[in-house]
Design a protein around this ligand. Structure first.
Ligand SMILES: *[C@@H]1O[C@H](CO)[C@@H](O)[C@H](O)[C@H]1NC(C)=O
Ligand SMILES: *[C@@H]1O[C@H](CO)[C@@H](O)[C@H](O)[C@H]1NC(C)=O
Ligand SMILES: *[C@@H]1O[C@H](CO)[C@@H](O)[C@H](O)[C@H]1NC(C)=O
Length: 290
């Protein structure tokens, strides 16, 4: 396994900010013993939005803080960034566990939602503008959180991840786990994928997170098919059919897959492998923060 690709996002540390990334202790329920880091820009917007940003396997919250330019945009626009960090399972999120795949069931997902609650109550953040993004294992966890906690997240963006519950039934979700069926492109029908989401929170009839799925066509570690499967899932959950593909969008060489009117489910595919291709402006527009 090309494990080094997971940690290559540890780019140079950003030093230009007045504010800095802070570790938070005792933020609330934390059943799997993960860690919380927060970035609060010096000039916080009134009733600020929150973005939860999830690191890949082998990464940490502080590494992922340096892995995108979201902190610079937080300085400009006043939103809060939460960087959860897991020390477990090769620093991969527990996306295979029933706990995380169940609303209020525990696991890493519950600890992350309790970080969101802490941030809302401590800093007066806006409960209606909570977003989640992540790369690789973080992209997988983005789909898990959107499925298990639809009431918490207004929108999500999963980079090089897998559908909610794709690893369900596998013993682990790391590049070293014996069962890589999910990462190799496990296929279900849209209805089956949708049922995984609905069964995570039976009886829930409220809003569902708008989802953007970003994937490299040449990704052999978490195959491009995984992105297409995630789109089948969210298109079923939102009840929006694929309408069209737009070539050279959002930029040259990429293709945008538009579902319905494109406001609820969208796929972005480009010719790259397993690497984080986060276009922050594009992401923040999807979240409605630009
Ligand atoms: C995660 O790692 C921490 C620190 O090593 C440990 O205390 C905790 O039990 C682990 N959690 C799980 C679910 O393995
Ligand atoms: C988060 O806050 C909501 C609303 O107060 C509450 O219903 C939920 O149980 C909390 N979840 C966690 C994980 O703390
Ligand atoms: C492998 O994992 C998939 C989920 O990713 C699961 O459906 C399948 O049953 C697992 N296979 C075995 C042999 O455990």
């Amino acid at each position: 396994m090309k494990f080094s690709t997971f940690v290559s996002v540890a780019a140079s540390a950003s030093t230009a900010f007045g504010a800095s990334l802070q570790q938070v202790w005792n933020w609330g329920a934390n059943p799997s013993n993960i860690q919380m880091y927060i970035y609060r820009p010096d000039r916080l917007a009134a009733n600020p939005a929150i973005i939860v940003a999830l690191h890949p396997c082998g990464g940490t919250g502080p590494q992922w803080f340096s892995g995108t330019r979201l902190p610079q945009y937080a300085d400009q626009h006043g939103f809060i960034l939460i960087y959860p960090s897991t020390p477990n399972q090769s620093n991969c999120w527990d996306v295979h566990n029933t706990a995380s795949l169940t609303h209020n069931g525990g696991g890493d997902a519950y600890g992350i939602v309790s970080m969101v609650n802490y941030t809302i109550s401590t800093y007066g953040a806006n409960r209606d503008r909570v977003y989640v993004m992540g790369f690789s294992s973080g992209g997988m966890m983005t789909n898990v959180l959107a499925g298990s906690y639809p009431e918490v997240f207004e929108a999500g963006a999963a980079y090089s991840g897998t559908a909610h519950a794709c690893f369900f039934g596998a013993p682990g979700a790391t590049p070293f786990s014996p069962n890589q069926t999910c990462a190799q492109g496990l296929s279900h029908t849209p209805q089956q994928w949708g049922n995984f989401v609905r069964n995570s929170y039976p009886g829930y009839n409220g809003r569902r997170p708008r989802m953007q799925i970003v994937h490299g066509n040449n990704d052999w570690l978490v195959r491009a098919q995984c992105g297409h499967e995630a789109l089948k899932q969210w298109s079923n959950v939102h009840g929006v059919a694929k309408a069209r593909e737009v070539h050279n969008s959002p930029q040259g060489g990429w293709t945008t897959h538009v579902y319905g009117d494109g406001t609820k489910v969208q796929g972005l595919f480009g010719n790259f492998g397993h690497e984080p291709r986060v276009d922050e402006q594009q992401l923040l527009r999807w979240f409605g923060l630009l």
